[in-house]
Structures are given as C-alpha cells and as structure tokens.
Design a protein around this ligand. Sequence first.
Ligand code: ZN
Length: 68
Amino acid sequence: MPRKSAVKLRCPICKKPAKATDPDFPFCSERCRLLDLGKWASGGYVISSPVADAEEAIRQDSPDEEGE
Ligand SMILES: [Zn+2]
C-alpha cells in the first residue's frame, strides 16, 4: 500500500481535515475549537466533575464517625 508522507488528521468536531500547522490544531478552525470548549463547559464529555468530587470530600469529612 502506498505510503503517505503527510498524515491527515481530522477535526474532532466537524471531521474536516485539519492541518498540524493550523493555530487551532487539532481543530480545523477557531469555531470548532470554541465548540469543543463549549462541550466541556456544558458537560458534553463525562469524565469527572470537580464539583461532585468536592461534595464527596465534604461528605467524607463529616463528623458522623465521631458520634459521641
Ligand atoms: Zn472543524
């Protein structure tokens, strides 16, 4: 199979080819980069929620164990 010297990467948002030299790489444009940020902000990606983690820590620190 033929070897390609340039690996084409695709924008994770719109799947268009993105250039490694593009300032918004790996996104094809600033618009897609902002869209990706919006996904994170709106919880589009579910990895871990810092707010939930903080609440968990607070619950674990509750003085329930020191009942007396
Ligand atoms: Zn794009």
